[in-house]
Write a protein of this length. Sequence first.
Length: 366
Amino acid sequence: NIYLLGCGRKCKETPLELVFVIDSSESVGIDNFRIIQNFVKTLADRIAVDLATARMGIINYSHQVEKVADLRQFSSKDDFKLAVDGMQYLGEGTYTATALQAANDMFKGARPGVKKVGLVITDGQTDSRDKKNLTEVVKEANNTGVETFVIGVVKKSDPNFDMFFEEMNLIATDPQHVYHFDDFLILYDILKQKLSTKICEDFPSYFFQVFGSSSSQPEFGVLGEELGESTPEPPEEISESKRDLEMKTQQLEIKLSNKMEEDIKKVRRKSTQTGNDLMRCVDLYNQAQAKWFEEMVTTTLELEQVEMERVEMTRQHLCQYTQLRHETDMFNQSTVESVDQLLRKVDPAKVREHKMGNICSVDMEI
């Protein structure tokens, strides 16, 4: 059983579809981005017993939009928080309209009749290069029953504060859903001090309890007072030593987180470099093997060609020999027959001895 503010009342597990829209643009900075990640994980722990009751999605955006988690993607909080830890800091423009359009698309997979809530955490106006129209995207969200909260982090001294505050009010479903803070450290303090109860009756009541009903001065205990329970007031002043200690602790946590991330990146870079070197070696080996195979095939073809030429030459020689042999036989046969015929025509009486001792024909027509 879950109890609200220790008052003994059972927390009603109301079904909820919640989508976080996280700004990770350049102006946010990597340290503040880590604070947002911790904020989301802590808030997720307070929402419901399990994700069967409350389903959560995450959209991480800058100049591009990344759907980190869909509403139907995770069945446990641990998996959801691992996805939050795996979010990458993008560090470029602020395309809020495109991100909200992605949230609208994600809500299309919401369960019928279940409350749909969007929580936007940003520190600046939407980029003028964003092709989506913010007013039209917000109108679509309102028409489909999405209740949108905005946490805006920007100093009032910022020259663009008025325009940014106007944009926050445009995005939020109601002016009471806009929460403004001067810097992320205040958001971190709220994370440490006020997010101590579960989301029970409904999400707006919980947000009013945590942040207060005013967009500029969050207060404690709104929901507790509605339930008739007394909520202890926070001290008006926090000692400087405690504030310094909390600040140093936070800075140390951020430094450790950044150091761990850098170490992981270095290991990944070395691993990637080793993998690239291995791939280059494999490529060189494959190229050498392919070249050797090509040369072998070429040599084999050349040898086959030479053999074919040798066989052809031998065949031609045999043909010539056979032809010559035949012609020789024919000549010999014709010559023998002619001589025999001539000899038969010779009159022995007309044959006399030659001076040189040779016998020759005296009167013979050839």
